[in-house]
Write a new protein. Structure first.
Length: 249
């Protein structure tokens, strides 16, 4: 098939995304009109930095049956589809594309290329990959120990830690695992990264962050948008580029 026919075929695709992590790729790399639905979390601005792009799209509950009436050609997901759902999709003529779990930023880069091929937006995907490659070349030697404080504790996870290392940050591992006030004070990180994910709600990270012993520490604090950390996908590149531009203290 010629390149022009391939592009025309991709442009006519109808794609439904079934979960937040798949939404992160679909909303960034799909062409206008290709997406027919995203997950209900993908439409929630508290969860997704690209929620505005999904405002006019129907939300779904993450099931094939939720999007069947929209007649998608492809269902995009980052989670395994059960046997029953797979059979239903086959019966309806829906192709299931499962994005692999990324254990490193390099694997996110590879998935971006795959999604660009899927949607026929290879130049857009390559532009993102070029930004990533430039960041990797500029990668700072790890020099600052950073304590990440989020709603789940002080462990940003393996994938997020890989992203932070691209900005020259070494996520601090507390001996207690998820962290306590005493461990934070004793560790003396070089800086504290405070996730603003649902910061108005009570959570463990908020409790530690506001403790008097922690607030008295003479340690630089940087607020980060915590939403991209949920999946660690392509939106993390924006976060890390901003962190890289932060002045060193």
């Amino acid at each position: 098939m010629s390149a022009s026919l391939l592009l025309a075929s991709a442009a006519a695709l109808r794609v439904a995304s079934l979960d937040l992590c798949a939404d992160a790729y679909a909303l960034r790399f799909a062409r206008a009109g290709q997406l027919v639905s995203v997950s209900h979390l993908g439409r929630d601005p508290q969860e997704n930095v690209l929620a505005a792009r999904a405002a006019a799209l129907p939300g779904n509950g993450g099931r094939i049956i939720d999007v069947a009436a929209l007649k998608p050609d492809i269902v995009l997901t980052s989670r395994p589809i059960g046997t029953g759902a797979a059979r239903l999709a086959e019966r309806l003529g829906i192709r299931i594309v499962t994005l692999p779990y990324a254990a490193s930023p390099a694997e996110v880069r590879a998935t971006v290329g795959r999604v660009g091929d899927l949607f026929g937006t290879v130049p857009r995907a390559r532009q993102w990959q070029n930004r990533f490659d430039r960041l990797a070349v500029r990668r700072k030697a790890a020099e600052r120990r950073a304590l990440f404080v989020g709603p789940g504790g002080t462990d940003p996870g393996t994938l997020a830690s890989g992203w932070l290392s691209l900005a020259g940050l070494v996520p601090l591992e507390l001996e207690t695992g998820r962290g306590t006030v005493e461990a934070i004070v004793t560790a003396r990180p070089d800086l504290i990264l405070e996730s603003r994910y649902r910061e108005s709600e009570w959570h463990r990270g908020g409790r530690w962050r506001r403790h008097p012993l922690v607030t008295r520490l003479d340690i630089p604090r940087i607020h980060v948008d915590g939403r991209p950390f949920i999946c660690g996908g392509p939106a993390m590149l924006d976060v890390i580029e901003r962190l890289e531009r932060q002045p060193r203290t």
